[in-house]
Every structure is written in C-alpha cells, then in structure tokens.
Design a protein around this ligand. Structure first.
Ligand code: GDP
Length: 366
C-alpha cells in the first residue's frame, strides 16, 4: 500500500491539513487580566479578605501554603496585616481515627452551629494521608450539606510535609479566616498521634470522637490524646449501638477520673451522639458554649491563647531555621556526601552534623 495516499491528487479520504502556529494573544483585555492575576498587592489581599471575599481568602491561603519563598514573604505581610482583625473566633479541634465519623459529624455540627448565624471555616491537619494532596473536591463530597452552605469555607489539609510545617500553615490559615469574618473555626485531624498536639496548640476546645463496640474501647488511644480532650464524644449512638455507646461512655468517664485535673479547671465530659442521624448534636454544642463561658470567666481562655502564641513563636523559629539550612544551596550540594560517609561508618553522625552546621553558619555569614 502507498505510504501516504493523501498526497495523491486522486485521494478522496480524510486529509490532515498542515497546522498553523498558535497566534499570540492580541486582546489587550486578556493580557491585562493575566498580569493582574499575578500582581495582587499585599493590600489587595488584605482588603479582599477583610471584606469577606472568599476567592481572595482562598488565594491567600494558597500563598500561605506555597513553598515558593516569594509567595511566603507576601503571605507573611498579609498575615501581619490581618492579625489585628483575627482572634475573635471560637476554635474547635476535632479528632478521631479514620472511620470514627469525623466528616459526617463535622457536617452535622457545622450545620447546627450555622443555624445561629455567623460563618464557619473548616480546616485540617493531616500530614500523612492521601487526602492531604489537596483534593478540595474530596473534602467537599465528604461534607455534603456544609460544603453547599453559603456561610462555610472548607479547606483540606495543606499538602504533605513535615508536621510542624503543615500545622503552621493551618494555624496561619486560621488567622486569615478570622480576618475574613469566620467566627467559628473547626480544625480536623486524624486521631493517630502527634498531629493532635499540633491541633491542641491552636484551638480553644479539643473534641475527641470515639466509637463504641469493640469491647476494649480504651485500647489504642494514646493517653496523651485523651488527656488533651475537653470532651470525648462517642459517635454512632444509634439503632442497636446505643447500649454499647452508653457502656463505652461509662468506661471513658471512669478512665478520665484517673487523669490529673486540666489546667483550665474544666472537668472533661463524655457524651454520646449520632452524627449521621443528628442525635445529641445540640447537647454537644451546648456543652462547648458552656465551656467557653467557663474559661472566659476564669481567665483561662486568654491565658491559653497567650501560651499558644508563645508556642508558635518557637515553632516558627524552628521551622525557619530548618528550612533555611536545608534550602541553602551549598548545604544541598554536600549533604548527601556526609550522609554517605555516615552510612559507611567513616564519620559519626554527630561529627557530620557538627561539620554541616559549621559550614552552614559560615556560609550565611558571607
Ligand atoms: P471519618 O473517616 O472519620 O471522616 O468518617 P466518616 O464521616 O467518613 O464516616 C465513616 C463511616 O461511618 C461512614 O460510612 C458513615 O456513614 C458512618 N457513620 C458516620 N457517622 C455515623 C453515625 O452517627 N451513625 C452510624 N450508624 N454511622 C455513621
């Protein structure tokens, strides 16, 4: 068969015409638009956020999450200017193992708190999971009612990275959300360990979701996580599961007695509910309101927030030093050589670390 029949003049079949080059964009309108998108000033962001403009808020959160140093420096300026407008929300940490019903519950809790008005932001800290790869859609389908609510703002966890880094970004996003008028903030985390400490360091109330029915409810929950909880709520207390949930509640209550009294002076409570069937949700939020009144009266609320600010100052120093070290171009070049030497036993870890750090400090002096 002929190799290129279309070149034959007799050919009647489909032809492939030679293409033309992509013309340059000539519309001045489009050009301007592009430039504008890239060059929002710090004030543009701040003004937009303070007016409650959701797309501006989203873009600012994206800046906070960016690893690009230029974005980070704009983000820091935006944060600084938003700070005076922040701090006025109630921040709630919500934790529970996968399957405990966090999304279902946050959907119900969120719809409940929004009934009274105001605006709710839902953020997350999840440095490990697949979900943290930034799929907003994933989170929106997880919280169906809430994501369609005009006064809610749902943002998935910043993408995977060190826990400290991910947590700092979430903490900074809280500031932006508050400046945008969100007076309730939920911070969700997977209840498996260290991320709880990070969440605890940025919220006013820490809610731990548990399940009943495994027979040994208290197993597998780290003592530290239970100690942080201002309330333990047992989900899926519906249908055949009600008795088991009540039994689990008793076991948790007994266990909580063994812990030292929290600094807040509040006695942590244990309640049962069903996020799916919306049972007992009101009682949980009445309790949260009661807690807020309690700690505002006794001064713990402000004390705790101050402590948190101090914690974040040190976290921020740690994070900045670390990233400055690892991003230093000279260190990047020599790091693997040292790593190899340590692996081969040519040099001890401590000597390698010291040499690298000395090199780094000399480099930044230049
Ligand atoms: P997450 O992984 O903690 O976010 O948990 P999900 O909210 O995705 O819930 C896990 C599963 O438990 C889903 O199949 C839910 O439908 C179910 N579930 C959540 N809350 C309840 C509840 O209150 N009662 C019952 N029976 N099932 C629930």
């Amino acid at each position: 068969m002929e190799k290129h029949p279309e070149n034959n003049e007799e050919y009647k079949g489909l032809k492939v015409n030679k293409g033309i080059a992509q013309p340059e964009i000539v519309s001045p309108y489009l050009r301007n638009k592009r430039v504008q998108r890239r060059e929002l000033s710090v004030n543009d962001y701040v003004e937009g956020i303070v007016k409650g403009n959701v797309s501006m808020l989203s873009r600012a959160v994206t800046l906070v999450e960016s690893i690009n140093p230029d974005h980070q420096s704009i983000a820091q300026e935006v944060l600084e200017k938003c700070l005076p407008y922040s701090g006025k929300s109630v921040r709630i940490g919500i934790s529970g193992v996968p399957g405990a019903g966090k999304s279902t519950s946050i959907d119900s809790f969120g719809m409940h708190v929004l009934e009274k008005g105001g605006k709710l932001a839902v953020l997350a800290i999840d440095p490990s999971s697949e979900r943290s790869k930034g799929s907003i859609l994933g989170d929106k389908t997880r919280m169906e009612a809430l994501s369609a609510h005009p006064r809610s703002f749902i943002r998935p966890s910043p993408s995977a990275g060190s826990l400290g880094g991910v947590a700092r970004k979430t903490r900074e996003s809280i500031i932006l959300c508050e400046a945008a008028g969100y007076d309730k903030v939920f911070v969700e985390t997977v209840g498996v360990g260290q991320s709880e400490t990070a969440v605890h360091s940025m919220v006013d109330f820490f809610l731990l979701i548990q399940l009943a029915g495994t027979g040994d409810e208290l197993q597998g929950i780290k003592r530290g996580i239970m100690e942080m909880a201002d309330a333990i709520v047992i989900n899926k207390a519906d249908g055949d599961n009600i008795d088991k949930a009540n039994l689990a509640a008793t076991q948790f209550r007994n266990a909580l007695h063994l812990f030292p009294a929290p600094e807040s002076g509040w006695t942590p409570r244990v309640l049962t509910y069903s996020g799916f069937y919306n049972l007992g949700v009101k009682e949980i939020w009445d309790m949260v309101d009661e807690y807020m009144d309690f700690v505002k009266d006794n001064g713990y609320f402000d004390h705790h927030r101050n402590q948190q600010s101090k914690y974040w100052m040190y976290e921020s120093i740690d994070e900045t030093l670390k990233s400055s070290f690892y991003n230093n171009s000279y260190i990047k070049e020599i790091l693997t050589q040292y790593e190899d030497s340590v692996l081969q036993g040519n040099v001890t870890s401590f000597v390698a670390a010291k040499k690298l750090l000395d090199t780094y400090f000399n480099e930044i002096k230049k």
